[in-house]
Design a protein around this ligand. Structure first.
Ligand code: ITT
Length: 201
């Protein structure tokens, strides 16, 4: 077994960092962009999760020449035509505010019986100038009011299909067994495994 590859997480969201560290275990030597002295927000100006995921990975790759993994995620609500989608982080405006986003979502869905939605994550891995993306999704529905203290973002109002609890009523370990980010990560891990990416098998 060779020395573990150093991997920088191209995200500034502490909750994502926590989940991703749990999902990746000791497969990589994981570092954050805070250690690189990044002083600005990583730009995300794309029109799709895929574009933003790619943009975040490329920004860190080009500025710091490191192997990295980005995460762009969004909540797509059917009754809202897929919104907030790519605008999930700033749904209620600037600055990003999880509680305000949840409140706005519940207001927009007031009186609407179709609560179906999905969470999507696009991870993009960069290594030595090459990029590859992995998508994961989970179907569910939007609760009538927030429940639970765990997680972040829209977790208090998202009930995955087949469960009567929201993500915020699950521990990080439970959420990581079924959520969008975990599903995308499973594809990334299979890719690393199947390709013997770092030549250690
Ligand atoms: P980075 O760009 O630094 O990664 P961010 O929080 O801006 O951090 P996104 O652009 O992917 O990340 O924004 C996604 C939005 O969706 C944001 O409001 C999150 O709170 C929310 N979100 C992402 N993943 C989530 C999850 O697993 N559970 C609940 N909400 C989530």
């Amino acid at each position: 077994m060779m020395q573990r590859q150093r991997l920088y997480l191209a995200t500034q969201n502490q909750h994502k960092i926590e989940e991703i560290k749990d999902l990746l275990g000791d497969l990589f030597d994981i570092h954050t962009v805070f250690e690189l002295g990044l002083a600005v927000e990583i730009p995300e100006t794309g029109n799709t999760l895929q574009e933003n995921s790619m943009q975040k990975a490329a920004y860190i790759a080009e500025h710091f020449q490191v192997t990295c993994l980005s995460d762009d995620s969004g909540l797509e609500v059917n009754a809202l035509g897929g919104r907030p989608g790519v605008y999930s982080a700033r749904y209620a405006g600037e600055p990003k505010d999880d509680a305000a986003n949840v409140r706005k979502l519940l207001v927009e869905l007031a009186g609407i019986s179709d609560r179906s939605a999905r969470f999507v994550t696009v991870l993009t891995f960069h290594h030595q100038g090459k990029y590859i993306s992995f998508e994961g999704e989970i179907q569910g529905q939007i609760a009538r009011s927030p429940r639970g203290e765990h997680g972040f973002g829209y977790d208090p109002v998202f009930e995955p299909l087949g469960y009567d609890r929201t993500f915020a009523e699950m521990t990080l370990v439970e959420k990581n067994q079924l959520a969008h980010r975990a599903r995308a990560m499973q594809k990334f891990k299979s890719f690393i495994d199947e390709t013997g990416f770092f030549g250690d098998k």
